[in-house]
Design a protein around this ligand. Structure first.
Ligand code: MRU
Length: 354
């Protein structure tokens, strides 16, 4: 079992600090939106769907601090809270989806209460926001289950599968997206072995994914990112599955840096390359991958490992945290509404309209 990622009670959220995994299981107390945004920025909380769920709870926590007032005051606080949460990280659209969904609820309440509202009304607002945050979470959980079911059906018996970064339970409130496909495939008796790429520079594959696979008893091996081509060629890898942070309306997919290289490798080796992601990951406002903002993270994540410098002082460094895989390289998008294949603008629109 993977420990709970978020524990939410009225007025307090406890966040599993993923920076300390796999060595220690420690929960950080978070009481407001600023604390949620900080835990997200600092990577205590990570993974696209999870930072969305946390943002929903962070929003509910922040509004619980609201003093008695009027609708317009509530609307201002709600908008500021959503902006604060959305500024934490730029690429994963789940964060924007959840913050905007909570904002929508608060604004609807504000416009229904243009004058001062009573403390009974305030309590109704708090309950309603807690409920909505729990709904965001339970929808994510259900989406993961469905993706696991659809994805497992795609895998051949005796499948040797590779994944990148961590799109597992630790990145969601359910069984995970890409890792959920692997564990569901394993339960169906189809997975012979899984490879987890270590995922430099932040090592989500080495610290988190392989830990999850081991805990779920999936036969699995950890490799460094530069071993991927050799392992695909020599170890019978016959599928790659990854998660996504944002999918443009034409299917171009932003995911952890290194994903694009794996998609190119899959094409060369004629093996399927799947992206597993819940529907809120699809950003219809992004026409294609060029519209997706790629987060640039601290260069120290590249030049240091566990506090030890590994590159010369003063070195020039780049650290794009994500890359964009063009839709034609993706065999199928595994969503909770089914598998979209081929990955085209028309097929995405058709699935979303169901
Ligand atoms: O920087 P991270 O660790 O938040 O990046 C996570 C990923 O890139 C995941 O693959 C993605 O968020 C999908 S998680 C289901």
């Amino acid at each position: 079992m993977i420990p709970p990622r978020l524990i939410f009670r009225k007025g307090l959220m406890k966040v599993l600090d993923q920076r300390l995994l796999p060595d220690r299981i420690v929960y950080l107390p978070v009481r407001d939106a600023a604390g949620t945004a900080k835990a997200t920025r600092d990577m205590a909380l990570r993974g696209a769907p999870l930072i969305g769920c946390a943002a929903a709870f962070g929003f509910a926590l922040e509004l619980r601090r609201l003093r008695p007032g009027s609708g317009p005051e509530l609307a201002r606080t709600a908008a500021k809270t959503a902006d604060l949460l959305k500024a934490a990280r730029p690429t994963a659209v789940a964060l924007f989806y959840a913050a905007d969904r909570m904002l929508g609820k608060a604004l609807a309440f504000a416009s229904a209460h243009p004058a001062a509202f009573s403390s009974a009304d305030r309590n109704k607002l708090f309950e309603m926001l807690d409920r909505e945050a729990r709904l965001v979470t339970s929808e994510d959980e259900a989406a993961c289950e469905a993706m696991g079911r659809f994805g497992a059906r795609l895998l051949p018996k005796g499948c040797v599968i590779m994944t990148h970064c961590n799109a597992g339970a630790l990145a969601t409130m359910g069984i995970g997206t890409a890792v959920g496909v692997i564990t569901a495939g394993h339960k169906a008796g189809k997975v012979a072995r899984a490879y987890s790429c270590e995922t430099r520079p932040y090592l989500q594959g080495a610290r988190l994914t392989i830990w999850e696979l081991m805990r779920e008893s999936v036969p699995s091996e950890l490799i460094t990112d530069n071993m991927a081509a050799h392992i695909i060629k020599t170890c019978g890898v016959n599928a790659i599955v990854v998660g996504a942070d944002r999918i443009a309306s034409n299917g171009d997919t932003a995911n952890k840096i290194g994903t694009y290289a794996l998609a190119v490798l899959a094409k060369y080796h004629k093996i399927p390359f799947y992206v597993a992601a819940p529907v809120p990951t699809i950003d219809l406002k992004a026409r294609d991958g060029d519209a997706i903002i790629i987060e640039e993270r601290s260069t120290e994540e590249v030049t240091f490992i566990k506090g030890n410098r590994i590159a010369p002082r003063g070195v020039r460094v780049r650290h794009p945290a994500f890359d964009v895989t063009p839709a034609p390289l993706i065999t199928g998008l595994i969503t909770e509404k089914g598998v979209i294949s081929p990955v085209t603008r028309a097929n995405i629109a058709k699935t979303l309209s169901r």
